[in-house]
Design a protein around this ligand. Sequence first.
Ligand code: ADP
Ligand code: MG
Length: 630
Amino acid sequence: MSDIIQLLPDHVANQIAAGEVVQRPASVVKELLENAIDAKSTYIKLIIKEAGKTLIQVIDDGLGMSVTDARLSFERHATSKIKSAEDLFHLDTKGFRGEALASIAAIAHVELKTRRVDDEVGTEIKIEGSEVVAQEVCVTSKGTSISVKNLFYNIPARRNFLKSNAVELRHIIDEFHRVSMAHPSIRFDMYHNTNEVFNLPVANHRQRISAIFGGKTNEKLVPINEETDLVTITGFVGKPQYAKRTRGEQFFFVNDRFIKSAYLNHAVSAAFEGLLKDKTHPSYFIYLTVDPKSIDINIHPTKTEIKFEDEHALYAMLRATIKHSLGQFNVAPVLDFNRDSSMDTPYEYKSKTVKTPTIEVDRNFNPFKEEKISSGSNTGKTDQSATKNYTSFKKESAGDWENLYVGLESEMTASTSVKNDFSSVEFESTEITGSLFEGDEKKMGHDITYQLRKKYIVTTIKSGMVIVNQHRAHYRVLYEEFLRNITMASAVSQQLLFPLKLSFSNSEIELLKTVKEQLENTGFVFGELSQEEVEINGIPSITSEGEVAVLLEQLIGDLENEVPNSGFSQTDLLAKSIAKSIAVRTGAELASEQQQYIVNSLFACTEPTITPDHKKTFITVTMDEIDKKF
Ligand code: ADP
Ligand code: MG
């Protein structure tokens, strides 16, 4: 019998390797940016079209390549960065596998232009699916430009599996963040569909972080610093009061390489223990410098996971360093969330006599909402003050005073209602007995509802009793309403007297742009979406001004975390996200009309039994079941 083993042709081997290295446009971005850094560039420009599906181009001013190197760079295992296995243990470059360009060229149309500073002319090479289709001498500036067009053009299955532009762009921006944050001494620009998304001049770490995440970031950072034989730790952690509900801004860099580490993340969380509100996550930007010999980067093709020699010691040091900084910068004592809320009143306002504003804003437009906000205040930290800490409102014009006044007022009400809480607890129990008798008389009415522990709404039906989870039910009601509005563009908008200006980072704004139209269908009216600022002229009538910031923040978080392959459309995601953020919370006291509104609207829904996340909205207890208990 003849031998059956064959060597795979190169282009097939390259396609297989590409499967590991290139998962999506963002992977290409990462590899190209890293090559530009390894080439000692001082200025790197990233140009993207259609979230990288049609074009990814990286232009650098680095070392460039000779004709031979340019040609060789697309061969597999062709690298200028290591010569022997030995070199793996003192890597100072990002790349070393010599696989990226070969993999990319196997699955896209690639154009390379490159020139070394001392060469008079440069080299231009065009490759399609591993095959060189053109090679010419060209005139080009010093450095290298690589364009990657029509990614996965020859693997339709992979191309079809790419997510929406919003999601793919998000991944690209993530990579851009990671690389540019690790190298503040390099100037970076990024363009998407001809819009400038980032323009990052040479800076230090702190300035770079602020340039990426918005000017407001600077004041939220606490520096950390520690130097030991094992590791040098520098960077920043976010002040605890700015912790977010989504795990957005968490970065570890080891020797200027972004890495993921659940173990080290745990060390940071441990340092923050007791300082954070429930379900919030601190931001951090931590740079570790270790001896290259003490780590192994070679364990993962995309090189985002590494192995440390002495992980335990590193954990302990990181935790201690952060704890120390949080203490030193006097951050910890501010974190008494249960403090008397009258203490929250900013000093400057206390001494001022607050004038009743003459401008009337129609806050009673939706009385239901109003009620919700103030009752939310009863439960410790108010929705409103959370909003204040959470998102930076830029307030301008006369309306601001009015807004500030309103905030103040509700904080004061909050403090009084905290006191009242005790009496209302007692009152609640007497009311239970009261309503039992009362119920007998009114039993014929179908509109009797009772709120149980600010969490459930109890009402009767023919066969017995229904217990409705107030938050989940309202979530379902709003979800269906939003879904209708988004698809039919029929939402009612509430015009704002003064435009609301909210600060977001550029990447967040870029993400908002991708869902702008759908948001407008829900009733949002946007003014300018400029650098770091969103102007809002109208909001869905169902929301209130104070909720908008949190709502959009939550939405951005949800868009960022959109579960891959979840199969849900963006419209669905949007409706869910908005509905969830404005649905009444557990802990909100509801007037009986509100209770009835929720119950009646729930049962008018197409799918009343479950939330959009498939959780039960209500349970029934039949008369039989009740009778059996007696
Ligand atoms: P690796 O980065 O692992 O070496 P790549 O496939 O990414 O492998 O690149 C292959 C080689 O091509 C590099 O080792 C480098 O010599 C050269 N190269 C790639 N991109 C650039 C660039 N932007 N400037 C100069 N040389 C480059
Ligand atoms: Mg490389």
